[in-house]
Ligand binder design. Sequence first.
Ligand SMILES: [Zn+2]
Length: 91
Amino acid sequence: MARRPSKHTRTPRPLSLGGVASTQSKGDGDWQVRTITGAAAVKEYRCPGCQQVIRAGQPHVVVWPSSASGWGHQGVDDRRHWHNPCWARRR
Ligand SMILES: [Zn+2]
């Protein structure tokens, strides 16, 4: 099996949620951030920033670790849903 020289040049595979992911650096590392439109938000989630519910239909962001190192498995399993302003406030 051929090994790629660097994981970092690899484009992340898009999730089924739509939207465009970007990389953002926070105090604890790099995160992939994907914007979820109201139309794509079909479930309620608990925002880790304010502990309030993100309601279905409410635009928000979903984030996951840019690097799976230290997490033990694929970052996509560690996705978190945040309110836009809560994520923006996070350092
Ligand atoms: Zn919040």
